[in-house]
Ligand binder design. Structure first.
Ligand code: HEM
Length: 438
């Protein structure tokens, strides 16, 4: 099921690495804002501070990491060819300038600046999409991951488009931005762009890194079709401001795809040949646990809306959204950085030495204990944040912000550590491709 990897097609190290190294700044910014939060955070989901936190996380942290990961994946795994390295560099420069302006504008609810920041972010997204879509179009290798990435890129375009339209509507008083319209944009971005990318990339990376043999995923295609259909239906319906029961039915449909994906991943992990889990395997199990928590919280929100529609359930919505973004996606993302970056480093720095000197294997390039400590601290941060939201406890909320800021610094530190010279843990590596320690 997973496509064959061709390391020779990997892009240059310094085309991809800057995205991974810049991304933790988004998590750090969100952590700092959460650390300064007060009880208002539970009063309304779309308060300026909450919007700044959400966009620092989704555009600053997760999207930046996914951009780096897909720039690596498209040539090395999906058989494509990036349109232009120059365009990637330009896009990176624009993105790192755009995100702080965008987040700052949300935080201070400065609509003229939000319009500028939104345009800059959308400019970065358009450059990224041009490179990724043209890169994929040149790809010849079949595989389900390719379809997931294509669908995710389409939803990214829709998310950015609606986001900018909503900003312009508020700035120029064109039409009201209702909660339903925000929900359409939010779900297209969270499940359509971020969720589908996590799901599709996992179908490639989880079997590869955990050495899964003799079994195939059962639901990869149906999970994709169900998620795409449910999202289009949900976003379309929300834009028409439907009655409550209709929303509930469509919202339930959104959970089906991730549930099927989760079941598939559990099966794959059960059949893995590599019995000793490394940080990526641990991250996979943690991420699946967080997905279960996210789905449970999502159904709780729905149930509360049906049973007592007048009651303010913002705190449960915050717990649900943060369990999804920081828990389900964030843990998977952290785990995979300890595979993708070492692989790139190995290929560019150590592969030329193979056969001439003992070279480190990819597991020598990062420190598994430190990586696991980062992952565990992040998971603890998510648990504290979800608990804080459910109990509406401001002190716990602030503590979780401190944890995320520290995790961002530690994650960056462990990635920078990979660039230091490494020696082999084995006497001589005879292979001509990256060795994965069993
Ligand atoms: C690329 C991924 C993106 C994701 C995953 C995403 C996600 C979200 C989420 C979850 C919300 C609801 C947050 C809350 O109510 O607290 C939201 C609201 C919003 N987003 Fe995004 N967003 C993305 C990009 C953008 C972009 C590029 C723009 C603008 C150019 C934008 C503009 C907005 C606006 C205007 C709101 C509603 C503000 C209000 O409440 O009045 N978003 N987004």
């Amino acid at each position: 099921m997973s496509a064959r990897v061709t390391p020779a097609e990997s892009p240059p190290l310094w085309l991809v690495a800057p995205f991974f190294l810049a991304a933790p700044a988004g998590l750090a910014a969100a952590g700092v804002i959460i650390a300064g939060a007060n009880s208002d955070s539970f009063a309304g989901v779309n308060l300026p501070r909450n919007l700044a936190i959400v966009h620092a996380l989704v555009v600053g942290w997760v999207t930046t990491t996914m951009m780096g990961a897909t720039y690596q994946l498209i040539p090395a795994v999906l058989g494509g060819r990036l349109f232009s390295a120059w365009l990637v560099r330009l896009q990176f420069a624009l993105h790192v300038c755009a995100v702080p302006v965008f987040v700052w504008a949300f935080y201070h609810w400065d609509l003229p600046l939000l319009e500028i920041g939104g345009m800059m972010v959308c400019g970065s997204l358009v450059l990224y999409l041009a490179n990724a879509v043209l890169g994929l179009a040149r790809g010849s290798r079949p595989g389900v991951t390719r379809w997931y990435v294509m669908a995710a890129l389409s939803f990214l375009l829709a998310t950015g488009g609606f986001g900018l339209l909503w900003v312009m509507a508020m700035r120029h008083a064109l039409f009201p931005i209702t909660f339903d319209r925000i929900a359409a944009h939010a779900h297209l971005g969270l499940l359509g762009w971020l969720g589908l990318t996590v799901m599709g990339v996992s179908y490639q990376l989880v079997p590869m890194f955990n050495v899964v043999r003799g079994t195939e995923p059962r639901f990869s295609r149906v999970a994709l079709v169900v998620t795409v259909a449910a999202l289009i239906a949900f976003a379309g319906v929300m834009l028409l401001a439907p009655p409550r029961p209709v929303r509930v039915v469509f919202a339930i449909g959104l959970a089906a795809g991730p549930i099927l994906w989760g079941l598939d991943l559990l099966r794959l992990m059960h059949h893995r040949s590599r019995r000793n889990l490394d940080v990526q395997g641990r991250a996979t199990y943690l991420s699946l646990t967080m997905l279960a928590v996210t789905i449970a919280l999502g159904f709780t929100v729905l149930a509360m809306q049906v049973v007592s529609p007048e009651r303010n359930n913002t705190h449960v919505v915050v717990a649900y959204a943060m369990a999804g973004v920081l828990g389900w996606m964030g843990t998977m993302l952290i785990g995979n950085t300890y595979k993708i970056l070492p692989f790139l480093l190995w290929y560019h720095r150590y592969r030329p030495l193979v056969g001439r000197a003992p070279v480190p294997v990819t597991a020598d390039i990062y420190n598994d204990r430190a990586a696991t400590a980062v992952l565990a601290s992040h998971a603890a941060g998510v648990a504290v944040l979800v608990l804080a939201a459910l109990l509406e406890n401001t002190w716990l909320l602030r503590a979780s912000g401190g944890i995320f800021a520290a995790v961002a610094v530690a994650h960056l530190g462990t990635m920078l550590h990979m660039f230091l010279p490494k020696t082999s843990s084995r006497p001589m590596a005879p292979a001509t491709r990256p060795l994965v320690a069993r």
